[in-house]
Design a binder for this molecule. Structure first.
Ligand code: ADP
Ligand code: MG
Ligand code: ZN
Length: 609
């Protein structure tokens, strides 16, 4: 939640109170002190000859008391119906006059004038607070317009993220010259979804797209909608799109789309109607407008998995751009961007800093440079030295570890060997998919690293050999841990589950078991992935307990065979395993070509099992 946006309503109430207080004080300053007399008091003083002169109106008698010393004291009294008043005044020699009380003038003085003053001050306060504040602006979009100059962010401000930039380049060229695209008749995506962990520069990238294309940038955050009254969210979405269409070509940026676009129907209690209305309105608007007009919707989220599938459908956010954690080189580039305005000492090597900050995202690195500059200032230095940077790294690391966002050095080693294990087994097994990329940059919630394989062709049938190769690759991670550390971690959990799944399918569904022959054994599936949607039947087997035991034995036998082979393979190629893991630890990412070189350099070549 953005603390700067929340207290607007509170603020306007505060202004009310302040203005009222000021009016009250001002009034008591300017209106002279008048003694209020009761009518009987007035009559008594009249009798005593202490009244000097009076002005009589319909309802009031104003006048001055005869001065005892100096000027007379003004008084006022409420006039009551008294026939003896005039004779009494005459009797006591008081000068008196009547006054015609204009009800119109009276109203102006006592009511309209203060109201005008009030409204004047109010309007002034409103303008000071900016558009969209206060009661009167309810229902109007708070989407801010940053004119071209104001976003001021360009692509060179976003370091690294080259892949994301490449994907966004097309959109920039469209925003620059929508006519050209229109002439050819090409359809551009309406929505682009930036997906990546917090602090990786999604917001920055969206602004940079607007900056590069020099178009207006409308931005709104999904979490802002959550605090709205009924109907306001939908109204604001409508209003924002109306504004955007008027300013096309432009970018509409929806930050934290997940806050708004959570899958409908979850959350229970029906307490999220407003969010749902807003989401529906967003879908309606996205479907309704014509992308050739030049409005591009960019949204950002760090939790794409919770988004309502309707948002990801064709014609909506059908294009996704991954904004991932930076690798070592990316971090170095980001450090350079942020160190631009900081005086660095000659001993500072940003390459080394990048090496020491695995797992940091852009925001962490910006924070790091700032911390270091503050430390240097505190110590009265003229430049930031490596000592300051080291201390800043320690501080930021401590903070991130507390939030469970970093893994320690030992864990990184395990992850590096684990991923290398997968990759090496894939390279050394016939029928396995080619390794595309190995990485120990954490991705998503659970995965600490990943090995990407690309199938060489589309497959509809798989042979037994190929299935076994898949199992081997899955076992590769755990086997590498076993070979190198003599023990295994919990990191292999998902691999084992997937491997076991394949083995069971081989035995039960594909009739690939050796002892049971070519028969299938239908198996019970767990509840559907939609989460307990379907009814769960009681366990029903169409085969005997004895067969079940045989099936289990068969499954175990295949599993053990595969694991034994993988362990032997990695033990044999231990040298290259160590080398690749070491490079992975240093570089964090190894691409296909480099990996192949490394395996070849081993001298064993592509070993075929
Ligand atoms: P996100 O929207 O992904 O959470 P932001 O775009 O808000 O991240 O990034 C927060 C800050 O971190 C930025 O203002 C910028 O200072 C810094 N930052 C993040 N990524 C980068 C990057 N790739 N290059 C330069 N600075 C970055
Ligand atoms: Mg952001
Ligand atoms: Zn694994």
């Amino acid at each position: 939640m953005n603390p700067r946006k929340l207290p607007r309503q509170t603020l306007s109430i505060g202004y009310f109170v302040l203005v009222a207080a000021i009016l009250f004080t001002v009034q008591s300053f300017f209106v002279p002190k008048v003694t209020e007399l009761s009518y009987s008091d007035f009559k008594k003083r009249l009798g005593e000859g202490r009244i000097h002169e009076v002005v009589i109106s319909d309802s009031l008698i104003r006048g001055q008391l005869s001065p005892e010393k100096g000027a007379g004291v003004p008084f006022v009294t409420v006039r009551v119906s008294d026939d003896a008043l005039v004779p009494d005044l005459e009797k006591n020699g008081v000068t008196f006059e009547g006054q015609y009380e204009s009800p119109f003038l009276n109203a102006i003085v006592s009511w309209v004038l203060p109201a005008l003053v009030f409204v004047g001050i109010w309007a002034f306060a409103m303008r000071r607070m900016g558009p969209g504040a206060g009661v009167m602006a309810f229902g109007k979009s708070r989407a801010k317009i940053y004119a071209e100059k104001e976003t001021g962010v360009m692509f060179h401000d976003v370091a690294g993220q080259d892949e994301a930039k490449e994907e966004l380049a097309e959109i920039i060229s469209f925003l620059k010259e929508p006519e050209r695209y229109r002439a050819i008749g090409g359809k551009l995506p309406k929505g682009v979804l930036l997906v990546g962990p917090p602090g990786t520069g999604k917001t920055l990238l969206a602004k940079a797209v607007a900056g590069e294309a020099s178009v207006p940038f409308f931005s709104i955050s999904g979490s802002e909608f959550v605090e709205l009254f009924v109907g306001m969210g939908a109204a604001r979405v409508r209003d924002m799109f109306a504004q955007a269409e008027a300013k096309a070509p432009c970018i509409v940026f929806i930050d934290e789309l997940d806050a708004l676009g959570k899958a409908r129907g979850f959350g229970g209690m029906g307490g999220h109607d407003e969010r749902e209305n807003t989401l529906n309105q967003l879908l309606v608007e996205m479907d309704g407008f014509d992308s050739t007009k030049g409005v591009i919707i960019v949204a950002a989220t760090n939790r794409p998995e919770v988004l309502d599938p309707a948002l990801l459908r064709a014609g909506r956010f059908d294009r996704q751009v991954l904004v991932d954690r930076p690798d070592r080189e990316g971090r170095e580039a980001i450090l350079r961007v942020h160190a631009k305005d900081v005086k660095l000492g000659p001993d500072v090597d940003l390459k080394v800093v990048a090496q020491r900050t695995p797992g940091f995202v852009g925001a962490d690195l910006a924070n790091l440079i700032n911390e270091a500059a503050l430390l240097a200032t505190r110590k009265g230095r003229q430049q930031v030295t490596m000592v300051d940077i080291d201390e800043a790294v320690d501080r930021v690391v401590a903070g991130l570890q507390k939030k469970n966002r970093l893994i320690n050095a030992d864990e990184r080693r395990i992850v590096a060997y684990h991923e290398t294990g997968h990759a090496l087994v894939a390279a050394l097994t016939k029928g396995a998919d080619k390794v595309h990329k190995i990485s120990i940059i954490p991705r998503g919630v659970a995965a600490l690293g990943y090995t990407q394989q690309l199938p060489t062709e589309d497959r509809y049938l798989m042979t037994r050999k190929e299935l076994e190769a898949k199992i081997d690759v899955l076992f590769g991670g755990r086997a590498a841990e076993q070979v190198v550390f003599g023990e295994v971690s919990t990191g292999a959990h998902n691999d084992l589950q997937r491997a076991t799944d394949i083995v069971r399918s081989m035995v039960l569904e594909y009739g690939m078991g050796e002892t049971l022959g070519p028969m299938t054994y239908p198996r019970q599936r767990g509840p559907g992935f939609l989460g307990g949607g379907g009814p769960s039947w009681p366990e029903q087997r169409e085969y005997s307990e004895a067969t079940a035991q045989l099936l289990d034995q068969e499954t175990r036998r295949i599993t053990e065979d595969r694991m034994a082979r993988v362990l032997a393979l990695l033990t044999e190629h231990r040298a290259v395993l160590d080398r690749v893991a070491a490079i992975l630890l240093e570089k964090e990412v190894i691409e296909a070509e480099q990996f192949e070189e490394l395996v070849k350099a081993d001298g064993t070549g592509r070993h075929v099992a």
